[in-house]
Ligand binder design. Structure first.
Ligand code: 3PY
Ligand code: MG
Length: 253
């Protein structure tokens, strides 16, 4: 049994995750078997919908890792549906204002803490209809907001003060575009902003998560105090591994 993600995020030990866009139960299982702590099921960039999410969430849970769902956009019905399907946590892209942050957090919590649509006959509630599940769900499901644009950086202090928020997640790819250095995720202006956000979030007692496509970057962010690092996308890792095998087999003896 997995500990609730909200609780686990408060540990000192960081979590390692991989983004998954392949819509593949097998890919999710392999991420778990490789020893990662979580998979981020990416509905922003992955070609799948809510009807395909259940199997992927079950694969992650069966193999003992946290299924975190990145919803396609900040919309209450998407957040509620992913949680109902059994997501341990939700990642919301492109948060720019405190109003957007409040909306996302509210959508992930039942009343009195929020406005999540209530139904306890869903997978997340073991289909049981138990009235005491709502309180438990509020205590267990994590809500993490992505800071990956100029507005999010400018409004960071207000955003991270929203009650009930568990963490922020830095998207360096979008940040690099917003800061005028598209694709240069190691550009000093991107790195400096990321460091500042991590420091501010940690000071507030929030989890600070980062996307790092390469191993050196991931190690660096762990050393800088990130509490969750998503090391690339499984498609990229599969491609690299296959290129390596192909080149190695064809290499002259
Ligand atoms: C970004 O870097 O913009 C992300 O959203 C990471 O997936
Ligand atoms: Mg992004």
């Amino acid at each position: 049994m997995l500990r609730p993600l909200r609780e686990r995020l408060r540990d000192e030990a960081p979590l390692l995750a991989i983004f998954s866009i392949m819509r593949s139960v097998e890919a999710v299982e392999i991420i778990a078997l490789a020893g990662f702590d979580a998979v981020i099921l990416d509905m922003e960039h992955g070609p799948y919908g809510i009807d395909e999410l259940g199997g992927l969430i079950l694969a992650a849970r069966a193999r003992g890792i946290y299924p975190i769902v990145r919803v396609a956009r900040n919309e209450a019905s998407l957040i509620g549906a992913a949680l109902d399907a059994g997501a341990a946590g939700i990642l919301v892209p492109q948060i720019g204002t405190v109003a957007e942050a409040r909306m996302a957090v509210s959508a992930a919590r039942f009343a009195p803490d929020g406005t999540r649509g209530a139904n306890s006959w869903v997978r997340a509630a073991d289909y049981g209809g138990a009235p005491d599940w709502f309180g438990r769900a509020n205590a267990e499901a994590a809500i993490i907001l992505m800071i990956e644009g100029k507005a999010g950086l400018a409004n960071l202090a207000e955003i991270i003060a929203v009650p009930g928020l568990d963490g922020v997640f830095l998207g360096p790819v979008d940040l690099s575009h917003a800061l005028g250095v598209p694709g240069q995720i190691d550009h000093p202006s991107v790195l400096d902003r990321m460091r500042a956000v991590i420091a501010e979030a940690r000071m507030r007692g929030l989890s600070a998560a980062v996307f790092a496509p390469a191993i050196a970057g991931a190690r660096g962010w762990l050393a800088e105090g990130a509490t969750l690092v998503a090391v690339g996308v499984e498609t990229g890792h599969l491609r690299s591994a296959l290129l390596q095998v192909n080149a190695a087999v064809r290499a002259p003896a």
